[in-house]
Design a binder for this molecule. Structure first.
Ligand code: GTP
Ligand code: MG
Length: 378
């Protein structure tokens, strides 16, 4: 997976900017022996902002950005001059990015719309200069405020594909073949398990006028929810799908049992997956004659709409597309967005890409984030 361009997980250290220090300055001009305080305020520290950007499809562009640091506010100076604000840093993320706290695994936010912004870390406010503290009884305050400190956070960004329909099935059951038949996508297809190593998306046209997005994910095996096979890493991609299309091949020993095993894996991974709309397609049914098909129908799982399909002969494919379209439309739109993300268990995550941030030698904030209110300034 190391060389892949499909990057759906990154961990980043982020830090906002420190507020600039207020200035303690007094007017010094010829003929004005006791010029009053004229120390300006410090500039505000830069913010770290997350922004949805539909031009990005994966997190690849962030893979090597381990540290994202906003600029510090500059100190104020004499003549009431305010320090310059620190530069904001905007992290552009693909739609479908879910943000977790890198230390606790807690869910932070979910970016699903183009242009959607989330203030991750606010920069420290600039300190007030001594001019601000001038009062009737203290005409010449010799103090100013330091800037507010920066904030820092390690975050984990996860991409959860925004597909309408997710394909769920054991390896080698014909998931990728189906996607290649109903969309223009060209996933790799072969007669062995785990041909598909990373998810791909295809746009499915229905009756020339509608379309929806279907996601092909690597095959799931029993134990996937505990990390067996490739399944665990990719199960999160179906958390976002509105409907799940289960594929069980016609030559399965027990279609109902296969379906239940798959469903159990999903539920063990995230119980909310149980509430999703489910459809069963019996794939490769070109291998069946009518009589056999009739016999199998008697023994299918209850309460799940089903279709017998064949990607080779197109059998059942139009009916399947219609059924999927109907199912998607039965759902109120807002349900699509209201998916609850289970918190991450950071202990289960790969530690290979873990890191600690060491401020560099020329980083002027090193050990200097000790905001203690007012301080006397010379
Ligand atoms: N008879 C028949 N074979 C099919 C059909 N669809 C796919 N196959 C064959 O099944 C095998 C597996 O197909 P894939 O589409 O790669 O299966 P997959 O579910 O994506 O497999 P993984 O990516 O490994 O999980 C290939 O040899 C296909 O040619 C079908 O409709 N009928
Ligand atoms: Mg495949």
């Amino acid at each position: 997976m190391g060389e892949s361009n499909f990057v759906d997980y990154v961990k980043i250290y982020t830090r906002s900017g420190k507020g600039g220090r207020g200035s303690t300055h007094f007017r010094r001009e010829k003929y004005i022996p006791f010029g009053g305080p004229d120390g300006g305020d410090g500039g505000d520290g830069g913010n770290v902002i997350l922004r949805g950007d539909r031009n990005h499809w994966t997190l690849l562009h962030l893979k090597f950005e381990r540290h994202i640091l906003a600029g510090h506010g500059q100190g104020g100076s004499g003549r009431l001059s305010k320090g310059k604000d620190g530069e904001d840093k905007t992290i552009h993320v693909p739609l479908g990015t879910v943000v977790f706290d890198g230390e606790t695994g807690e869910f932070i936010t979910d970016i699903s719309r183009d242009g959607q912004e989330f203030m991750l870390l606010k920069g420290g406010r600039g300190g007030k200069g001594n001019n601000y503290f001038k009062t009737a009884t203290n005409q010449a305050p010799k103090y100013a405020q330091p800037g507010e400190p920066y904030q820092e956070k390690k975050i984990i960004l996860q991409l959860k594909l925004l597909a309408d329909v997710g394909l769920v099935g054991f390896p080698n059951v014909g998931k990728s073949t189906l996607l290649s038949v109903v969309s223009a996508a060209k996933p790799k297809i072969a007669d062995y398990p785990f041909t598909t190593l990373e998810p791909s998306l295809g746009i499915v046209n229905v009756r020339d006028s509608y379309s929806f997005v279907m996601a092909d994910i690597p095959g799931i095996i029993e134990g996937a929810s505990e990390g067996k096979g490739l399944g665990f890493r990719f199960l999160r991609h179906i958390e976002r799908n509105s409907a799940l299309l289960f594929l069980v091949p016609a030559d399965s020993k027990d279609i109902k049992e296969d379906y239940e095993t798959l469903l159990n894996e999903l539920i063990r991974y995230n119980p909310e997956l149980a509430d999703k709309q489910k459809i069963l397609a019996i794939s490769k049914s070109d291998m069946l004659d009518d009589e056999l098909e009739q016999a199998l129908t008697e023994d299918l799982p209850e309460g799940v709409p089903f279709v017998f399909i064949s990607s080779f002969t197109q059998k059942g494919i139009p009916a399947l597309k219609d059924l999927l379209w109907k199912t998607l439309n039965e759902q109120p739109f807002h349900d699509l967005e209201s998916i609850v993300h289970k918190p991450m268990d950071v202990r289960l995550e790969d530690l290979e890409d873990d890191f600690d941030y060491e401020p560099e030698a020329d980083d002027d904030t090193a050990g200097e984030n000790d905001y203690a209110g007012f301080d006397l300034d010379e």
